[in-house]
Design a protein around this ligand. Sequence first.
Ligand SMILES: Nc1ncnc2c1ncn2[C@@H]1O[C@H](COP(=O)(O)OP(=O)(O)OP(=O)(O)O)[C@@H](O)[C@H]1O
Ligand SMILES: CC(=O)C(=O)O
Length: 344
Amino acid sequence: MEIYGTIGPACEQVRQLEEMFRLGMTGIRLNASHSSLESADAWIKNIRQAAEAAGVNPQLLIDLQGPELRIRLAGKMHLTEGEKVLLRSDAQEKEVYSDHTDENAVYEKEIGIPDELAAVFTAQMELLLNDGKILLQTDQKVTDGYLCKVLRGGILSSGKSIAIKDQRIALPTLTAADIQNIKAAKAYGVTGVMLPFVRGKKDLDALKQALKESESESLKIYAKIENREGIQALDEIIEGCDMIVIARGDLGNAVPLWELPVVQHQIEERCKKKNRKFMVVTQMLASMEYEKVPTRAEVSDVFRAVSEGADAIMLTGETAAGNYPVAAMEYFVKTADCALKYFT
Ligand SMILES: Nc1ncnc2c1ncn2[C@@H]1O[C@H](COP(=O)(O)OP(=O)(O)OP(=O)(O)O)[C@@H](O)[C@H]1O
Ligand SMILES: CC(=O)C(=O)O
């Protein structure tokens, strides 16, 4: 079974990565929404050094930006229920402040958003930020952007996702940064490419064309299912990729959360029927971003993925940004191992 961690500031040191490899991690994901291959050069060197010391030949996956919208902030921002925040298109190339106070303004906080999003805003839309942890409602158009009301608060930082609830925005499959990363992939020893928000065969064809143009057709394709279009086109996506990724973070925004386990089960069943490998990912040990020990429900989630026949599982924020990346990997591997032994 493939077991992945996500590289980030919390686990980039060689000694941490080496320990994670020794524990049984088989590969690493780099999230290109937060770092390009070039900017992660030092981390990738650390991964190589750690893997060599641990005697492991790891998979290295680049998770492309794809058609996902992200916010821009200069720093961290705390949003409180009931307050107003200005969402402003960053296409204007103005500096975006995280905590800008203007005596004459009716708002204090500004968030930079892509212009594709700003262009479709109307009043009373619900906006999901950071995989739905934060909820805003568009309220009133003003000169600079759209004033929104915070319905569910939390802490935000730059690069977090933003989506309009129940609404799709037409976006190209790959960003310019994605093309750059694909061009650089071979030189950095990337073994596979994860494509987010796959909507059908067309998206996979666009990726294959870009891989071909970079003479990187040998890279494995991991198709992330994270919206309703992906669910609907599942059969053709299964045909066109090496592995299906059940990306529960965004998928859990696309369907009511209580339906997510059913949707996950349906995708798993379809993959098994079609003999396609699948990966289960996101929030598998989420509490370990802040706690030393996972919850009983989390270890049961890992067990469930293994019992359903997952070919791969992956940690995201737990290793990239959490307080206990090595401990999280230990619980992850040990729980998966225990389940695998039980079923074999
Ligand atoms: N390369 C990176 N550089 C800096 N921070 C990172 C990096 N990768 C991840 N992180 C941090 O870890 C958090 C969790 O990582 P994850 O890969 O799940 O990103 P995400 O943006 O929350 O989700 P996704 O891109 O999967 O929709 C990120 O929100 C970010 O704060
Ligand atoms: C990993 C990821 O992209 C998600 O779960 O949405």
